[in-house]
Design a protein around this ligand. Sequence first.
Ligand code: LLP
Length: 385
Amino acid sequence: MKGNFPVAKWNGVQTPFYFYDIELLKRTLATIKAETDKYGFCQHYAIKANANPRILKLIASYGFGADCVSGGEVQAALDAGFDPHKIVFAGVGKADWEINLALKGDIFCFNVESIPELHIINELAAAQNKTARVEFRVNPNVDAHTHAKITTGLSENKFGINLSQIAAVLKDAQTLSNIEVVGLHFHIGSQITDMSAFKDLCIKANDLQNQLEAQGFTFANMNFGGGLGIDYHHPNHIDMPDFASYFAVFNQLVERREGQAIHFELGRAVVGQCGSLISSVLYVKEGEVKKFAILDAGFTELIRPAMYDAYHRIENLSSDLPQETYDVVGPICESSDVFGKDVSLNQVKRGDLIALRSAGAYGEVMSSTYNLRKLPAAYFSEDFE
Ligand code: LLP
């Protein structure tokens, strides 16, 4: 089974380009909204997953907040119409101009990752005569059972404050006059499909909250980050993750205090399945032992296979001929520019349109101009209706 694309209406459209299925995105957003409303949870979309302005505007219109990791993202969130009081700003290395921008924009809070950062935020807030709201990002030492390059919650990772140091950091914060501590923040990694990792996170967070309360610290907010994975192998059958089960885990396991707000920062799960990279076949090359389908898209448009050995389902949208086996590669002068090895595709010829599926998250936004290539264009299903 292949995805349903308006191929006939793409005549003359230059490849490669990103194509977004807006109906699916709306359905996904409505599902997340329904599931979070059930429990009064707050969802801040992780802008890093896809910062296309049209996508951001649509997400903001569902009332979601935004999770940002740079001044550029904070600005993009403000421009797209996200409510500043629902914007959170994370990152281990926030530059002064980025902190100032966020203070001026009066965002909800900074997710702070170290004591030196806390002190700089305090100084910059004082200079603006403001109080900065902060959550501390705690590194809960939970194994997310995902790719090493996208695991973040282990003590060996650069992210967050270790469990053993958090009480001292909270004490330090009490001495700073322009800081208000509003909560704790966790994020254990990305593309997590095993709910037990999230269960472990809930248990660790409960233990920590109990310990810190015994020392007199209370928290109005608990933020559990993002990380829920999508089904890269079956985008046509499983076009969104099981949001109901995901949020139910937190509802069941988190020992929520009265009046406490629970926050999430999903990125991939929101936009991953709605996007595909559409590319044309330039050449079919017969090697000694392999056949190569050489595309006009490469890792400049979609870097995930080269960078993380990530799997993306590949479909030939132009052919119903019997399947053959190809290595599907791009034109970049690097041997890692491979989208898939030994991929079964309906027989391929020059000019066929190839879809790389599940590319809505960390696709367009990670594209580059390496080899002086053009950044890919983006089209939306509603453009072809
Ligand atoms: N919150 C924080 C603090 C994060 O660091 C991230 C992702 C998220 C939320 C959103 O995570 P998500 O729900 O999308 O899993 N480029 C990689 C993924 C990097 C994720 C970085 N942090 C990839 O293509 O797989």
